[in-house]
Design a protein around this ligand. Structure first.
Ligand code: FAD
Length: 311
């Protein structure tokens, strides 16, 4: 089969791995410029050298035996390591969170910077539409490996049950502040958890393999993110910097970098399915949102969908 996968985050790539291993031809499409999805890393140049921020997923766990095997392989190849400051089972990509995604994507045919905005069912397969133009290739099967809200609009004309499920599975947003300092912040703690303005704050430069200036990723709580969803970036930088200073108990000195990123669909909901596949229509759906808002769930969902397609 020739299979199109829309979304080249962990779920789409896990699905692709299994389908390619079964000798199917897989083409992935992703609207982003490079690999990561919600396991992305942002790099910035500063007067004190380059700094990187894992501004999406902070760390991940591996409890399923099959995913544990995959993470062990990442560890052996140097693409992942334990970050015990976040807990005894907390894994991170090495030297950046997106390293495992980069390695997976390198094994596949991925078209970057291609946003798919429509699916077209032909008598003998599927075609994809991007920015109003139909892409010439014809696919036997199409797979959506994107957040629920984005999947819902592509599913709408073709699979009303899947579309309804995607619409009912609502994600929570997350405003994220990235700060870097020439002089490290004076605290012995690498992570903070709270539930008021700041949900989580972590010294990114404390993670294994990171180099460069003292860097911090500070996530607003879900309630604060919802309430301030449409605020301007500058307002969010000021508010979250203040919230972080309150958490530390002292004021912050001037940062090298202070930048905010809004994840509109950060933390997914969950359903009672691991993946969705309509074998008559040859359309499938995977992603963290089927199982839960975690990296491991994305891998499990992509793997579950591949098994359904192969069955
Ligand atoms: P994604 O990684 O979102 O991949 C979807 C891909 O589809 C993206 O690359 C996107 O560019 C692409 N795409 C979307 N629409 C289109 C389109 N129309 N056309 C083409 N391409 C498209 N998980 C944990 O386990 N631990 C954590 O600590 C944690 N913290 C998090 C903090 C934040 C701020 C965020 C945002 C997420 C966090 N997560 C965490 C969740 C974790 O990152 C996700 O569960 C996981 O990365 C989801 O993978 P996915 O493949 O399902 O989706």
């Amino acid at each position: 089969m020739k299979i199109a996968i829309i979304g080249s985050g962990l779920s789409g790539l896990a699905c692709a791995d299994h389908l390619v291993a079964a000798r199917h031809e897989v083409c992935l499409f992703d609207k982003a410029r490079g690999p990561g999805g919600r396991m992305s890393t942002r790099r910035m140049d500063t007067a004190a050298g380059q700094v990187s921020f894992d501004h999406g997923a902070q760390y991940f766990t591996a409890r399923d035996p099959a995913f544990q095997t995959v993470v062990k392989q990442w560890q052996e190849s140097g693409a992942a390591a334990l970050w015990t400051a976040a807990g005894p089972e907390a894994w991170v990509g090495m030297p950046t969170m997106n390293t495992p995604i980069k390695a997976l994507a390198a094994r596949h045919d991925v078209a970057w910077s291609v946003r798919i905005d429509g699916l077209v069912k032909q008598a003998n397969g599927w075609q994809l539409q991007s920015e109003g133009h139909i892409i010439e290739a014809l696919f036997d099967t199409v797979i959506l490996a994107i957040p629920a809200e984005q999947a819902a609009s592509l599913l709408e004309p073709w699979e009303s049950e899947f579309q309804a499920l995607a619409e009912d599975t609502v994600s929570a947003p997350c405003w994220t502040l990235m700060l870097a300092f020439a002089d490290p912040i004076k605290t012995g703690k690498a992570t903070f958890r709270d539930d008021r303005v700041i949900g989580w704050a972590a010294r990114n430069s404390d993670k294994p393999g990171r180099t460069g200036p003292d860097s911090w990723v500070i996530q607003a709580s879900p309630d604060w993110s919802i309430e301030h969803l449409e605020d301007r970036q500058e307002q969010v930088v000021t508010a979250l910097s203040g919230g972080f200073a309150d958490l530390l108990g002292f004021s912050l000195h001037d940062p090298l970098v202070a930048s905010a990123h809004r994840w509109r669909y950060a933390r997914s909901g969950k359903t009672s399915h691991s993946a969705l596949y309509n074998s008559d229509m040859k359309i499938g759906v995977c992603g963290d949102w089927l199982i839960g808002p975690r990296v491991e769930c994305a891998w499990l969902s992509g793997t579950a969908l591949a098994k359904m397609v192969l069955a």
